[in-house]
Ligand binder design. Structure first.
Ligand SMILES: *[C@@H]1O[C@H](CO)[C@@H](O)[C@H](O)[C@H]1NC(C)=O
Ligand SMILES: *[C@@H]1O[C@H](CO)[C@@H](O)[C@H](O)[C@H]1NC(C)=O
Ligand SMILES: *[C@@H]1O[C@H](CO)[C@@H](O)[C@H](O)[C@H]1NC(C)=O
Ligand SMILES: *[C@@H]1O[C@H](CO)[C@@H](O)[C@H](O)[C@H]1NC(C)=O
Ligand SMILES: *[C@@H]1O[C@H](CO)[C@@H](O)[C@H](O)[C@H]1NC(C)=O
Ligand SMILES: *[C@@H]1O[C@H](CO)[C@@H](O)[C@H](O)[C@H]1NC(C)=O
Ligand SMILES: *[C@@H]1O[C@H](CO)[C@@H](O)[C@H](O)[C@H]1NC(C)=O
Ligand SMILES: *[C@@H]1O[C@H](CO)[C@@H](O)[C@H](O)[C@H]1NC(C)=O
Length: 903
């Protein structure tokens, strides 16, 4: 048959559907389509929904030859419809029912329904009858259910794409082995987790050239005695659950050009045999659990352009390894080398300077040492990105060095560059991200620095000793720029800001003066600033009432300055606000009731000021998300409002050192976040594009003030000390089983210590000192095995101190000033009793252990969103942090303005 014979030329069209589409109208010059097929198409249209009128040319009243209808291709000799291409890239797409009239198109060779939305309907079984099909593309078309194995009847198929069918499940792949001509198979995101023998099925496809099985839930990668599919050029197994070693058969795939095994849990080492795969151009093995050294034979891969090995456990010295010998041909081909987050050591070989095609080099977070000099960059004329943060490297270049490259990204935090500000940066005009934090620079900031680039998205100069003033930062054009200048010696006024900046950290500097120009002058535009940290400076005067200009603010840190006056009413307009830190200033007045509009607040830290008035009841009614409430050391007076008991998320309540009176509310037992002893796995922190900020709280525990950040989520504390609270300690306070610290000292509390105090099994610190508590110390207190700080001194307690391991580990100061208390550790003997000793053991457990939240979780979570975007996003990785960059890219690509999250 002529159709079959059309051979290679026609087949080329199948690989490039768009090309086929263009050719369409020239196909049928003499012949017209048969009335039968025309009617079939009209009937087919009947079943479909077509909101964008994609099929408007399929019109029964039109006289046009149906071979000229949109998406139709006919054979130029017989006039039969051989191609149906309904590929759709519109937002609202074709849906409905594919009815059996399709089968009238008996000569169909090419069927593309991709990019449509068939609403989870199953793939019709009757497709099996389209025996001539050699191209079938059902990708991204919303088919669901179980894949019909009848597709195995389509024995002419060469191209089968079922990719990105998130709702499609496959029970077995036996049918696949009947498609022995198959060259291209894509089942991305199809669930194959129930198919154990997938590899055996694939191995029956000797002509297979491309295999895409990413995110299919595959776990099993059994060995093959003989690999049949040696024509494979593309192997894409991204994001599955493989935990085996890289299989030996892979090293027999000598035609392979593209290998993607990233985001799995592959173990073991890379075999030297990788050197046999001389066609390889792109290798992605990042985010696995591989170890050992990177084989020297990698240096022999003459076509290798991309080598991503980051986020594994590779060790060894690359200077004697695959980059050791500059005569190897990898030096002429490599464009992207990513080695970050491994355990590589040794020096960076000078030969790296001869990777003349290199554009992207990431070596951050390894154990590299030594000096990097101009030689290392000698021939790197195309280098755009250098990420090297967190290594013990020293950059030693001459003062008038003119580098051969123009970088967009330079992130070499923790390298040693200083003490002088690197003047060669002047030659770089395209910076997008620049991280020179903690690089030992102690110099005046040169004025040219601020004019370097208007496309800055990241400037990080934090943790240096850089001095000087900062001119206005209004020229920053990148719409979500982040500027981190914290922990330096900058002086002068806080600089005015471009509305594009989303994060500004100027903390721990010597900025002074007022801040009203900063907040109020910038009224014309909508400011995007979400994170503002001006803490620990010398800023004085009042906070201006211009907060309505800053609607995106989510974190505001102004603590430890000399600010005074009231909190302005407009602060209530910050409806995104999650974290407000005003601690350690001189603020006065009452809290404005407008703050109850800030319903997203998680942290309200206004301790160590001069605020007065009563604690507002709206705090409990409106700020329902509060986790941290710190009003310590102010002049709040009146009763503690019982509304605070509605704060179901509250973990830290610090009302100490105020003038509060009246009883402790009975309902405190409703503070449910303190009732459960479950460890929260979430951070209290701010996820930004470039950094993960940890929120902080200072908590007085065990008699010391401790700054918590990383383990903040584990801290639960109530501190009401140094007020004038009266009445009894509510009995049911002991139902707060998750509480770790309770301080009620220096009040006027009377009555007994609650009998069930021993129920509060997580208590580490208990201070009831300097009250008027009476009666005996409850025996149950001996159950508090984690207790390491106990103070019951200066009360009116009486009787014998319960003698247990626990109480005996405290010395007399814990009990002093209770005239009728007796027994060890006090020297007073109890009348007519003998003390029994039990085995002393040391208490264990501590609140400040690491919470074990692995960053890698975040990585895979963020990557999860990105599946299906394929290799494209590689180019977009302009920032070194994997998680951040993926996250940011995701946000940019699909989901509008970044959503900042507390977790
Ligand atoms: C028909 O199409 C084939 C393949 O595209 C082409 O080689 C041939 O020249 C065409 N014949 C006519 C008559 O257009
Ligand atoms: C290799 O392919 C051939 C032909 O399709 C098949 O007969 C043979 O069983 C395959 N080998 C294995 C190990 O699957
Ligand atoms: C893959 O691993 C992840 C994490 O270990 C697990 O949540 C998921 O259920 C696994 N998927 C399959 C199909 O086994
Ligand atoms: C790989 O190739 C070698 C040599 O060509 C051969 O001996 C071996 O059996 C092959 N392995 C597999 C799994 O096909
Ligand atoms: C590099 O690490 C290996 C172990 O992975 C160790 O044996 C070697 O001594 C280290 N070399 C240097 C220079 O630290
Ligand atoms: C840089 O590359 C050119 C051409 O590839 C070569 O001639 C020259 O020697 C190289 N320079 C260095 C320092 O390696
Ligand atoms: C508050 O103001 C007083 C005087 O008005 C001053 O002595 C004190 O240092 C200030 N405190 C802070 C934290 O700025
Ligand atoms: C607080 O919210 C109320 C009601 O939504 C609104 O009328 C008021 O203007 C808001 N206050 C501020 C300061 O934004």
């Amino acid at each position: 048959m002529g159709i079959r014979a059309s051979g290679a030329a026609v087949f080329l069209l199948f690989w490039f559907p768009f090309l086929a589409d263009i050719k369409r109208s020239s196909w049928a010059t003499d012949v017209v389509c048969s009335p039968r097929e025309r009617q079939a198409l009209l009937n087919l249209k009947q079943g479909l929904s077509d909101p964008t009128n994609f099929l408007s040319s399929w019109d029964s009243t039109s006289k046009e030859d149906c071979c000229r209808w949109r998406g139709i291709g006919c054979d130029n000799r017989t006039g039969h419809v051989v191609q149906l291409n309904l590929r759709n890239s519109y937002e609202s797409s074709i849906g409905g029912d594919i009815n059996h009239h399709l089968l009238q198109l008996k000569h169909l060779r090419y069927l593309d329904l991709s990019g449509n939305d068939f609403g989870g309907n199953p793939i019709p079984e009757f497709l099996r009858s389209l025996q001539n099909l050699n191209y079938l593309n059902l990708s991204q078309s919303g088919f669901g259910g179980t894949l019909p194995p009848q597709l195995g009847n389509l024995s002419s198929l060469r191209y089968l794409d079922l990719g990105n069918s998130v709702r499609l499940t496959v029970e077995n792949l036996e049918w696949l082995s009947h498609l022995s001509l198959l060259q291209h198979l894509d089942m991305t995101s199809v669930s194959l987790s129930h198919v154990d023998d997938w590899l055996q099925a694939i191995n029956k496809l000797p002509h297979l050239s491309e295999l895409h099985l990413s995110s299919c839930g595959l776990t099993n990668l059994s060995p093959l005695s003989h690999v049949n599919f040696t024509s494979l050029t593309v192997l894409d197994l991204l994001w599955n659950n493989f935990t085996s070693t890289i299989p030996d058969w892979l090293y027999n795939l000598t035609s392979l050009t593209y290998l993607d095994l990233r985001i799995n849990s592959f173990q073991g080492t890379i075999s030297n045999a990788i050197g046999n795969l001389g066609s390889l151009r792109h290798v992605y093995l990042d985010l696995n659990d591989l170890h050992g050294s990177i084989p020297r034979t990698v240096g022999k891969l003459c076509n290798l352009e991309t080598l991503w090995l980051s986020n594994n456990r590779f060790t060894g010295d690359i200077s004697t390894g695959f980059l050791g010998d500059p005569s190897k041909c990898i030096f002429d081909s490599l464009r992207e080398l990513r080695l970050e987050w491994n355990q590589l050591n040794g020096t960076i070989p000078k030969s790296i300077g001869q990777l003349s095609k290199l554009e992207f080099l990431a070596i951050s977070h390894n154990f590299f040492q030594g000096i990097i000099s101009e030689v290392h960059f000698a021939n790197l004329t195309r280098l755009k990105t250098l990420y090297g943060t967190s290594n013990s490297l020293i950059l030693n270049v001459s003062r008038n060095w003119v580098p051969p490259f123009q970088l967009t990204g330079l992130e070499i935090g923790s390298w040693k560059l200083g003490p002088q500000f690197p003047s060669w940066l002047q030659t770089q005009k395209d910076f997008f991200s620049l991280n020179l934090s903690n690089t030992g620079i102690s110099d005046n900031i040169p004025s040219w620095f601020w004019k370097l680039s208007s496309s800055f998205s990241l400037i990080d100069l934090s943790l240096n000793q850089i001095s000087g003033q900062i001119p206005g930062l209004q020229n920053i054009e990148n719409y979500d720029a982040a500027i981190y200048l914290g922990s330096n010696r900058f002086t002068g006024l806080i600089p005015r800001l471009s509305s594009n900046v989303i994060e500004l950290d100027l903390s721990e500097n010597l900025f002074s003066g007022s801040i009203s120009h900063f907040f109020c002058d910038n009224t014309s535009q909508r400011n995007n600033l979400a994170y503002l940290d001006l803490s620990s400076n010398l800023i004085s005067a009042e906070i201006p009432d211009c907060w309505t200009n800053w609607p995106m603010l989510s974190v505001v840190k102004l603590e430890s300055n000399n600010l005074s006056g009231n909190i302005p009413i407009s602060m209530g307009s910050l409806t995104q606000l999650q974290s407000l830190h005003l601690r350690n200033n001189n603020f006065t007045g009452v809290l404005p009731s407008s703050l109850q509009n800030c319903t997203n607040l998680l942290t309200l830290d206004i301790g160590e000021n001069e605020f007065s008035g009563s604690i507002p009841s709206w705090m409990g009614q409106s700020l329902k998300q509060l986790k941290i409430l710190d009003l310590r050391s102010n002049k709040f007076s009146g009763r503690i409002p019982s509304e605070l008991c509605h704060l179901a998320e509250l973990q830290i309540m610090d009302l100490a050192h105020n003038k509060l009176s009246g009883p402790i509310p009975q309902c405190f037992s409703n503070l449910s976040a303190m009732v459960s002893d479950q460890k929260s796995i979430y951070h209290i922190g701010y996820e930004s594009s470039f950094r993960k900020f940890q929120d902080t709280a200072s908590v007085v525990m065990k008699g010391r003030s401790l700054e918590y950040s990383k383990t903040l989520t584990l801290v639960t504390s109530i501190d009401l000390s140094d007020n004038s609270l009266s009445g009894q300690i509510p009995e049911n306070l002991t139902s707060l089983l998750g509480l770790r610290s309770l301080n009620l000292s220096m009040n006027h509390l009377v009555g007994m210590i609650p009998k069930k105090i021993g129920d509060m099994g997580l208590l580490e610190s208990l201070d009831l000192s300097r009250n008027q508590l009476s009666g005996a110390i409850p025996q149950s207190i001996s159950n508090l095995t984690f207790l390491s700080h106990l103070n019951l001194s200066y009360n009116r307690l009486s009787g014998k101190i319960p003698s247990s391991t626990q109480t005996l580990s405290f010395d007399a100061t814990s009990f002093l000033g209770n005239q009728e208390l007796c027994g060890p550790p006090l020297t007073e003997k109890c009348a007519g009793s003998n003390n029994q000793l039990q085995n002393p053991t040391t208490p264990t457990g501590s609140v400040d252990d690491d919470d074990g939240f692995k960053e890698s979780f975040v990585v895979s979570a963020a990557l999860g969103f990105l599946l299906g975007l394929g290799g494209v996003f590689g180019i977009m990785l302009l920032n070194e942090s994997w998680r951040s960059a993926y996250f940011k890219f995701f946000v940019r690509l699909c989901c509008g303005p970044p959503k900042r999250q507390y977790r």
